[in-house]
Design a protein around this ligand. Structure first.
Ligand code: IFM
Length: 421
């Protein structure tokens, strides 16, 4: 029930998220870049959005919308292009990035590893290599030393369950293994161990650090709740892809807060053969509850899931942050509706006393969407890939209105005015 006050408290952080490889351009020392060059990926990232050069201008755009925080990633492959050799120019670059954020009043949320790996680390077995955790913590030490004084919020790894699925089971991302559930499980365990080790490093060096991880958190539901087998596989999938990984990250008190990336629900049904039930056996039939809507990437739009996901992860007892939420679409009215409906769901979670501290829209600008290339459009700002100009979409104004006023009604009113004009 609304109390008549602002919908979001004064200290609630609004912002947008990006990741290095997707926006910076020319990430030459990474495993992903090598795979692009070898023709093993359908699209090359090239100059991406040229954010490596244009970051200050991009932060002006975010600050201009009234954002109070910004999520970005440091590229390990740039900082440590060869094992043990730190590139001081790259380190200086990220010092300038963090300083630029602070100068604009944007609280940095720094992701240490967002899908891409240094090519040398990948060649040594990636997360399966014997020294993976040691290499990662050495990198974390370097970043903590260089940037720690200016950074409070740390995200160790992004979406480990998603990365391991595409890299070791679906075979679409480096290192391109198919059906290797065993390797996926081992890599996931190593990433969670790396998270816990990084938590220790950051806390030893930086008393003020608040360390989290960004977990991809679809709301898992049985396709037919009345069917025992559908319920059973939904529970299994939820256990493997939500409960166990988050419990692994939190082990030993290694989670100061949890980042949740929420995009969609997963409707799961029993299929007698194969492992499809764990791979995204999303049901494409009709929903008795009403017509279903989808993004350009085929992800179902289901705002209520955000509230449900926040409520269930609240049981962990640590503060939550929505570290990603957004929609790939060319239908701007749909994008604006998506934002308003998801913020309303977040608001309901706040009303139920769930401790949610912030919300990041994915993404600040259109960018390189991994194996999908540049076609999906997620940005508050459209990226013109011919000129690298950024153009605000109507959603930028609506989100900006909410960031400044902290009122959903003000956002709804602006959305109505825009659609009427
Ligand atoms: O672009 C990705 C991001 O890198 C991780 N989370 C999901 C986004 C949209 O697919």
């Amino acid at each position: 029930m609304s109390t008549g006050g602002p919908d979001f408290p004064e200290d609630f952080l609004f912002g947008a998220a990006t990741s290095a490889h997707q926006v910076e351009g020319n990430n030459r020392h990474s495993d992903w870049w090598e795979a692009e060059m070898a023709g093993r990926l359908p699209h090359r990232s090239g100059a991406a959005c040229r954010h490596f050069e244009l970051f200050a201008q991009d932060f002006d755009l975010a600050a201009g919308l009234g954002h109070g925080a910004h999520r970005f990633s440091v590229e390990w492959a740039r900082l440590e292009p060869e094992p043990g050799r730190i590139d001081s120019d790259a380190l200086d670059h990220y010092r300038r990035v963090v300083t630029a954020l602070r100068a604009r009043g944007l609280e940095p949320f720094l992701t240490l590893q967002h899908f891409t790996l240094p090519a040398w680390f990948a060649r040594a077995g990636g997360w399966l290599g014997p020294d993976a955790v040691r290499h990662f913590t050495r990198y974390v030490e370097v970043v903590a030393e260089a940037l720690g004084a200016q950074v409070t919020y740390w995200i160790t790894v992004n979406e480990p369950t998603v990365w391991t699925k595409w890299a070791y089971v679906k075979g679409a991302w480096p290192p391109f293994y198919r059906g290797r559930w065993d390797l996926a499980a081992r890599a996931l365990a190593a990433m969670l161990a790396a998270h816990r080790a990084a938590h220790g490093v950051l806390h030893r060096r930086l008393p003020h650090a608040r360390v989290g991880l960004a977990h991809s958190a679809p709301h898992v539901m049985p396709r037919t709740p009345a069917t025992v087998l559908d319920r059973a596989v939904a529970r299994l999938r939820d256990l493997l892809l939500n409960r166990l990984p988050v419990a692994g990250a939190a082990r030993g008190g290694a989670l100061d807060w949890l980042g949740l990336n929420y995009y969609t629900r997963a409707l799961v049904c029993w299929r007698p053969h194969g492992t499809a039930l764990l791979l995204g056996a999303d049901w494409s039939g009709e929903d008795p509850a009403g017509p279903r809507r989808f993004s350009d990437m085929g992800w179902e739009i289901w705002p209520r899931g955000l509230e449900l996901v926040l409520r269930r992860f609240a049981r962990l007892g640590v503060p939550l942050v929505v570290t990603e939420n957004g929609l790939a679409t060319r239908d701007e009215a749909l994008r604006v509706r998506f934002l308003l409906d998801h913020l309303a769901a977040l608001r309901r979670a706040l009303e139920a006393d769930v401790e949610v501290r912030g919300y990041f829209w994915w993404s600040l600008l259109d960018n390189y969407e991994w194996a999908e290339g540049f076609a999906p459009r997620f940005g508050l700002f459209e990226t013109d890939y011919a000129t690298y100009a950024r153009r605000p979409r109507p959603i930028a104004a609506v989100y900006g209105e909410i960031c400044r006023s902290r009122s959903l009604a003000a956002g709804e009113a602006l959305a109505r005015r825009i659609s009427a004009s």
